[in-house]
Design a protein around this ligand. Structure first.
Ligand SMILES: Cc1cc2nc3c(=O)[nH]c(=O)nc-3n(C[C@H](O)[C@H](O)[C@H](O)COP(=O)(O)OP(=O)(O)OC[C@H]3O[C@@H](n4cnc5c(N)ncnc54)[C@H](O)[C@@H]3O)c2cc1C
Length: 434
């Protein structure tokens, strides 16, 4: 039976988190609002404020809960993580304060799943401790959604791999201590065996950040945090492959599922905050002699947002529950994949709708940068693209269901009423006789 309830002790932790995120993490958002500031290891003022907050989170046993004990982490499972992330999602600093920020979470997951003991000690340990930041370098300038067109390659020379090619939108590369790079090692093999994953320390010679591409919401168009990188014959030690040769695609896939569902969990939190703002405004401002909330179209916006958000939240929680069921051995590996895709697809549109309606109810104030709504609204397409574009997921989902569907046997659909009625009458010829 699906059950999203938690024991009172954990509810007490959630209550503590709710207060802490509102009071401390949202304060960090105001003090250090620059995009990417959370990840900058050289931002001394921000670090000074951040460290004691992270210590407090660790003391509460709520640090880095994205990895459960089976992967060497302290986590409590995905349903509880979803409830935590709903709270964390309110603030852009909170994921870093709680040690659950992307892309480090996904990178930690694949290091835990595929890393050798030495790799875990050198890279996973400091990453989980929040001492360093990492980057996932997969997308290429000529294509992101289609790995078939990836050309960045690694060739074995003696006991080193030599990495050559370009990557695009490698988030946080400029702050990272190491990059996880997906590169073609066996060009003649089928797609799923063609690439391997490498751990590349950022101090390795030959890593050239061509530009740090900025996105909507960034302050400086020339100083974003999504790197266009050229790898110029970067020499990687032989033991820095993550997983087996040819397993890169599988390794990458293993991190993307977690990334998508964690984004969805945090999206619930951000939408909850937009919902609070929408409701507050609706009972604070009057127009044409009545409260905004007394106008029916405003009521419609509020009702639609409540329903859409509740539907999305339940989808996210069900997906989290399914992942926990896989861990418990009650569902087959891969069973939640379609649901993760559904969360990914719904996420950007729910976010756009709820934040957009909150913005609209605030009028000119909503679109101004005096409120956070306009910046959030601008970010909704990032949710649609990051971890794979929404359209590709829609297409995959539809194809998965189409595969199960059977064609109708006759000219008409199996639910054709005259055909079914004729069949029913054939079974019970006397049924209509009085
Ligand atoms: C904020 C942000 C952070 C990111 N961080 C990282 C990162 O850290 N590391 C990394 O490697 N990448 C990262 N990315 C890149 C991201 O993974 C790609 O943007 C994504 O995979 C899409 O690739 P693309 O941008 O090249 O779009 P394209 O592949 O060019 O797709 C463009 C459009 O074509 C259509 N389309 C494409 N494929 C299909 C399909 N199969 N079916 C139907 N329609 C389709 C869709 O409309 C899609 O939106 C990030 C992106 C964003 C926005």
């Amino acid at each position: 039976m699906i059950d999203f309830s938690v024991e009172p002790e954990f509810q007490a932790k959630l209550d503590w988190m709710d207060k802490f995120v509102r009071e401390e993490c949202e304060t960090m958002d105001l003090l250090f609002p620059e995009q990417g500031a959370q990840f900058d290891p050289d931002y001394a003022a921000a670090k000074r404020h951040l460290k004691p907050l992270q210590e407090e989170v660790k003391k509460q046993g709520l640090w880095a809960c994205h990895l459960g004990p089976h992967l060497g982490g302290p986590g409590y499972g995905q349903v509880k993580l979803a409830l935590m992330n709903e709270i964390i999602g309110r603030s852009s600093w909170a994921p870093v304060v709680f040690g659950t920020a992307a892309p480090d979470t996904g990178n930690a997951e694949i290091l835990a799943l595929f890393g050798t003991p030495e790799q875990k000690q050198r890279y996973l340990g400091p990453l989980m401790a929040g001492e360093i930041v990492s980057c996932f370098s997969m997308t290429e300038p000529q294509g992101g959604a289609d790995p078939d067109v990836f050309t960045c390659s690694a060739t074995l020379e003696g006991d080193e791999w030599v990495l050559e090619g370009e990557k695009w939108f490698s988030s946080n590369a400029k702050f990272a201590s190491f990059l996880l790079v997906l590169a073609v090692t066996d060009a003649d093999k089928p797609l799923t065996e063609r690439m391997s994953m490498f751990i590349v320390p950022t101090e390795t010679p030959g890593i050239e950040i061509i530009r740090n591409v900025a996105i909507a919401g960034d302050f400086d168009p020339e100083n974003g945090h999504h790197a266009h990188i050229r790898y110029n014959k970067v020499r990687i030690p032989y033991d820095h492959m993550l997983g087996e040769r040819g397993d890169g695609f599988k390794v990458a896939q293993a991190r993307l599922g977690g990334g998508r569902i964690h984004h969805a969990m945090r999206t619930v939190g951000m939408c909850n905050r937009a919902m609070d703002m929408m409701l507050e405004r609706a009972v604070s401002r009057t127009t044409k002699g009545k409260m905004l909330g007394e106008h029916q179209m405003v009521q419609e916006k509020i009702a639609d947002s409540i329903i859409e958000l509740e539907q999305f939240r339940l989808l996210v929680l069900k997906t989290a529950w399914m992942i926990d069921e896989v861990e418990a051995g009650r569902l087959k590996h891969g069973a939640p994949r379609k649901h993760i895709g559904m969360c990914k697809v719904a996420m950007a549109s729910v976010y756009a709708n709820v934040v957009g309606k909150a913005l609209e109810i605030h009028g000119s104030l909503g679109i101004s940068l005096d409120m956070p709504l306009a910046k959030w609204y601008g970010g909704h397409m990032s949710l649609a693209f990051a971890d794979g574009p929404t359209d590709a997921h829609k297409s995959q989902l539809a194809r998965a269901y189409l595969k199960r569907a059977k064609p109708a046997e006759g000219m008409f659909p199996s639910e054709h009423i005259p055909t079914r009625t004729a069949a029913a009458l054939a079974r019970y010829p006397d049924a209509r006789e009085s």
